[in-house]
Design a protein around this ligand. Sequence first.
Ligand code: PHE
Length: 350
Amino acid sequence: MDEKIIDLKKELDGELSACENVADLENIRVKYLGKKGSVTDLLKEMKNLSNEEKKTFGQKVNELKNEVSDKITERMNDLKKKELEKELNAMPEFDVSMPPSLDRGSYHPITLVQRQCEAVFKSMGFAVEDYSEVVTDYECFEALNIPKHHPARDMQDTYYLENGQLLKSHTSAAQNAIYKKYKDALVNEGKPIKAIFPGRCFRNEATDACHENTFFQMEGVMVDKDISISSLIFFMKTMLSEVFKKDIKVRLRPGFFPFVEPGFELDISCLICGGDGCPSCKHSGWLELCPCGMIHPEVLKAGGIDPEEYTGFAFGLGLTRLAMMKYGVKDIRDLNSGSLKSLSQFTDDE
Ligand code: PHE
């Protein structure tokens, strides 16, 4: 019996030193210590021995079992270490003092201003809504008090699908759906409608440095009892001051849009000259930024809201324009160019 133990140890040592990977080693473990393994077989042979012999032999086999198990574990650690070393050596050299790679992705400047505006309006309790780019004639025009053949449609020629739907020419196209979504909470629970909805807009337009056929707007509406023009001025001023990180002066000029009454063009004091007059503001000291107004009673009615009881304001902030102003982009076409060289240089300064 003792011989068997010695032979087994020799055999194991040979196999262990020949074994070069973790999977083979696992097979060796099963071969010796598994249910049908050689060490287990030795224990089975004990039944033929006398009681006295059983005691000493049993002890020896147990010692053998521990020894085999220790040797396998030791070899396992060795092999694992070797495998790790091999992996590390295969890795390219890494210099921790290198500056970070400039190939990381970056946000588009329009995304950056959109996020900044969203954050400000969210903090004032506005919901951020998404709306489809393909809309119906009703949503884009009729529900906004722009009937067929109204001259206001000329300004907003867009791309039509064969089924009569169209690519929205302004984010106002979502107004009707927003009123319908929130009107019950307004009437039954007295919750004011406060929502912004940024989106991509399209117009059939010849492009130049200031005009694009694809651009972004962010519409905002608020409807409640006793909403007035001063509410509109307050929200716009707060938002712009946050986005530009300085106190922004605003002024309203009359402007015509069939879906607001009265309608305005909101100007901000020129960011470049501070209002003294410079070429960027055509020496007026003001920049045109955001058309807005009090929602027309017909538009509220189309959205299922009683204009005798509720009033509201709406604005259509030009996100593309805002990004151009904030980041000093001179040609609007750069924004859709996909040129990473010009688009990846902006970062969120928050
Ligand atoms: N939708 C208008 C446009 O794109 C802007 C606007 C929105 C005007 C909301 C007034 C109120 O020209």
